[in-house]
Design a protein around this ligand. Structure first.
Ligand SMILES: CC(C)(COP(=O)(O)OP(=O)(O)OC[C@H]1O[C@@H](n2cnc3c(N)ncnc32)[C@H](O)[C@@H]1OP(=O)(O)O)[C@@H](O)C(=O)NCCC(=O)NCCS
Length: 137
């Protein structure tokens, strides 16, 4: 993976408000971070065994709507289960229908809400997935 390409996908997916390439460069060299996927569809996880947190996840706008994030996330959860991660957490804005559908389909369930969490007033839906070491997800 190339930090500049990850940053470009992130910038376009988040309407110009993505993270700088330097952040991705640092994450690529950080053993507590897993970046799973490709330059055009990826998720960034912070690992703290037996837990992990999704820091961000994005599909390049040109590639959205074709199931890429769904299959990438399933593969990531399989890899995390093999790495002894038991629970994965994510916070999603309650107005982000695509992300909410993505996480629900991948087995995440809501456990809490943080009201007015984002700058635009949206609330955060706190979700978690409990991974099964036997099945891999
Ligand atoms: C969320 C995102 C990663 C999904 O990527 P994608 O590759 O298009 O996702 P998929 O094609 O695998 O679709 C995932 C699910 O979302 C649904 N979906 C996709 N776009 C949608 C939309 N605009 N509205 C509602 N649901 C949508 C799909 O139907 C699918 O659900 P299903 O499996 O039940 O059919 C992408 O929209 C994105 O990068 N968004 C901007 C960044 C972002 O919000 N990241 C998540 C932050 S928590």
């Amino acid at each position: 993976m190339i930090a500049a390409a990850l940053a470009e996908t992130h910038r376009l997916a988040f309407d110009g408000k993505g993270w700088p390439a330097a952040d991705f460069e640092r994450y690529l060299g950080d053993t507590t971070i897993l970046i799973h996927g490709t330059d055009t569809c990826f998720a960034v996880f912070r690992l703290a065994e037996p837990e992990a947190e999704i820091l961000t996840l994005a599909t390049h706008p040109d590639a959205q709507g074709h199931g890429h994030a769904g299959s990438m996330l399933r593969g990531a959860l399989d890899a995390l289960a093999r790495a002894k991660i038991e629970t994965v957490f994510i916070e999603v804005a309650d107005d982000n229908a695509a992300a909410l559908a993505l996480y629900a389909r991948a087995g995440f369930a809501q456990f809490s809400t943080r009201c007015n969490y984002y700058a635009n007033g949206a609330s955060a839906i706190c979700m978690k997935a409990v991974l099964s070491p036997a099945s891999g997800a």
